[in-house]
Design a protein around this ligand. Structure first.
Ligand SMILES: Nc1ncnc2c1ncn2[C@@H]1O[C@H](COP(=O)(O)OP(=O)(O)OP(=O)(O)O)[C@@H](O)[C@H]1O
Ligand SMILES: [Mg+2]
Length: 222
């Protein structure tokens, strides 16, 4: 996913602001409280934002504007060579949520939930997966530097969403140990190659003996 631009209207501290993300690596620099984290929140909100209760909706509206003013976040991005735009907004006293999703300027989905579903389907990532891989919050990163190396390793693996793989790995190790124990137990009662050859010879000799006895019996009966 390549971000092209972000347009904010009454979103937190931004009453009206447009950001263009040029090609290459983009750095965001600013004083404390200048609105750096808000840009990331707005990106996350554009992609996955469905604010459930009125309280959280109130928090995202710029505190200096009236309830009549809409809150809107619009994000344009490229994915698999196509250009997409997601627009989310809250309107009216009830702050009813609406969203629109465009693919190459053509409206493809409307409705807050529907747009979130479309985005999850397109990028094949849930909000949790997105946050664990591409998106590390400031708090998580700051706490990293204060940790012991093994704890830092744990957090980084969690950030990368690898803890599930770790759990599967230890489950498989445990399973393979169990199987090895079973194989060892079977090995004790299994015969060696020499023993098998000796037994086969004994069976063959026994069968030959049986055929001879049967032949003798038939002779006697005749
Ligand atoms: N609803 C709102 N209306 C107006 N201003 C808001 C609203 N919500 C948050 N703010 C302001 O936004 C600022 C915080 O912005 P943000 O957290 O993005 O800053 P930052 O650049 O990440 O700061 P830091 O460097 O400390 O992490 C605060 O000054 C806060 O008062
Ligand atoms: Mg911040």
């Amino acid at each position: 996913m390549i971000l092209n631009s972000l347009d904010l209207l009454n979103f937190k501290k931004y009453t009206e602001k447009s950001f263009k993300f040029d090609e290459g690596l983009v750095g965001i620099i600013g004083k404390n409280g200048s609105g750096k984290s808000t840009i990331f929140e707005a990106i996350l909100f554009a992609l996955y934002g469905e604010l459930k209760n009125k309280g959280s909706k109130e928090l995202i509206r710029n505190s200096s504007v009236s309830e009549k003013e809409p809150v809107s976040v619009s994000l344009e991005f490229e994915f698999d060579g196509l250009t997409y735009k997601v627009v989310r907004e809250f309107r009216g006293k009830a702050l009813s949520a609406n969203a629109k999703f465009y693919k190459n300027e053509e409206l493809i989905t409307t409705g807050a939930k529907e747009v979130t579903n479309s985005i999850v389907k397109l990028v094949k990532m849930s909000k949790d997966a997105f946050m664990h891989t591409l998106f590390a919050s400031q708090k998580e990163l700051t706490s990293l530097s204060n940790l012991k190396p093994e704890d830092r390793k744990k957090i980084i693996r969690k950030l990368l969403g690898l803890e599930k793989i770790d759990a599967i790995e230890s489950m498989l190790t445990e399973k393979s140990r169990g199987l090895k124990r079973e194989i060892d137990a079977f090995r004790e009662v299994l015969l060696s190659i020499d023993e098998i050859v000796a037994k086969e010879r004994a069976i063959k000799a026994h069968n030959e003996n049986k055929t001879q006895i049967n032949a003798t019996l038939i002779e006697i009966q005749l």
